[in-house]
Design a binder for this molecule. Structure first.
Ligand SMILES: C[S@@+](CC[C@H](N)C(=O)[O-])C[C@H]1O[C@@H](n2cnc3c(N)ncnc32)[C@H](O)[C@@H]1O
Length: 333
């Protein structure tokens, strides 16, 4: 069946790619950032509407699935459990008011790994309580992109809610065998290599449980201010943009704050920067995905996005476990 979805906080459309790949159809999208909106339009032929707080829920078409990778904000609750009304003034409230008005069968929310600890656990609790109050059975899990066929250690909290009482079973998601950075590298092209002398390789690098192989660091100026004696060298080793990873392992998280794209890998005896296309491949975007705008904007957008094959795995199970389930009649009409 051709299920309909809406794409809130749409970014460059990571969620949309994954659900469209499973044959679902997007009816509405919203995104406030102009560069993301333009890139979305370039790729999906539709300019998302802007600020969700300014959009009347009754203007949105009825849909089966609401998707949202929304920014994390604390709720200012005095202590009394008021649920839905308590979320007013946050971007989650805009999700909740659309759920209330439109009653989609499924809601999928995405957030950072440590979402469960945000504001001492209150944020997640209020969100789950509000979804329950709106009639959704909920479950949540932290998923890692590296389990879904991309060589990136990227952990994200996923919440799935269903109106028919099904608690989404994350254990049934189809996992893929591990891939290495080397498997997604461009074969030829003009690569940005570091000169010998610009980096130091460590002896006996070890594969970490995450799959990362930290193997060296760039010889940047050492920040000595505020560091303890004899530990100065660690400041350059531990500063993420200075770290070099072996291409036979997994890549660390592509971060939205890293607008210079300082991702360095050790491959075939040399150290080079990942290309922009390789960064998009680490997020599971196809090579035909159109990239527009400045490099800084692109690095920011890709770091903010969601890993497409992980979304596809979720979409597939949502269809099986919730939407195609026998007890469809239990859905609120
Ligand atoms: C974590 S990103 C989600 C990215 C998306 N899942 C993707 O695949 O690219 C959150 C997005 O929410 C957008 N946003 C923040 N406030 C918004 C608002 N008031 N209305 C619409 N979008 C908003 C941000 O610009 C950002 O792109």
């Amino acid at each position: 069946m051709n299920y309909k979805f809406i794409d809130l906080f749409a970014g460059i459309g990571g969620f949309r790619q994954g659900f469209e790949a499973l044959g679902c159809e997007c009816l509405f999208s919203s995104e406030i950032d102009i560069h993301a909106r333009q890139m979305y339009c370039e790729n999906f032929g539709e300019l998302p509407l802007g600020d969700i707080t300014q959009i009347d829920e009754n203007q949105i078409s009825n849909h089966d699935i609401l998707l949202a990778g929304f920014p994390c904000q604390p709720f200012s609750i005095a202590g009394e459990k008021k649920g839905f009304e308590d979320t007013r003034g946050t971007l989650f409230f805009d999700i909740a008011r659309i759920l209330k008005a439109k009653e989609p069968k499924v809601v999928v929310l995405e957030n950072v790994k440590h979402f469960k600890n945000h504001d001492g656990g209150k944020t997640l609790r209020v969100i789950l309580d509000t979804l329950n109050e709106l009639g959704y059975a909920t479950n949540w899990e932290v998923l890692n992109a590296k389990d879904f066929g991309v060589p990136q250690n990227r952990e994200r909290t996923i919440i799935v809610g269903s109106l028919n009482g099904v608690k989404f079973d994350f254990n049934k998601l189809e996992k893929k065998s591990p891939v290495r950075i080397v498997d997604i590298l461009e074969k030829d092209g003009k690569f940005d290599y570091l000169e010998e002398g610009e980096y130091t390789l460590i002896e006996n690098p070890k594969r970490q449980p995450s799959g990362l192989i930290f193997c060296g660091y760039r010889n940047k100026n050492i920040r000595t201010k505020g560091t303890r004696e004899n530990t100065q060298h660690l400041s350059r080793v531990h500063k993420q943009p200075n770290r070099i990873y072996d291409a036979n392992g997994t890549h660390p998280t592509i971060a939205s704050q890293e607008s210079a794209g300082r991702y360095f890998i050790y491959h075939e005896g040399r150290v080079r920067k990942l290309t922009m296309m390789e960064c998009f491949r680490l997020m599971g975007f196809g090579d035909d995905f159109k990239l527009i705008g400045s490099k800084a904007n692109l690095y920011n957008r890709i770091g903010n996005s969601i890993v497409v094959p992980m979304v596809e795995a979720i979409a597939k199970e949502i269809k099986v476990q919730i939407l195609n389930a026998q007890n469809k009649k239990e859905f609120i009409p």
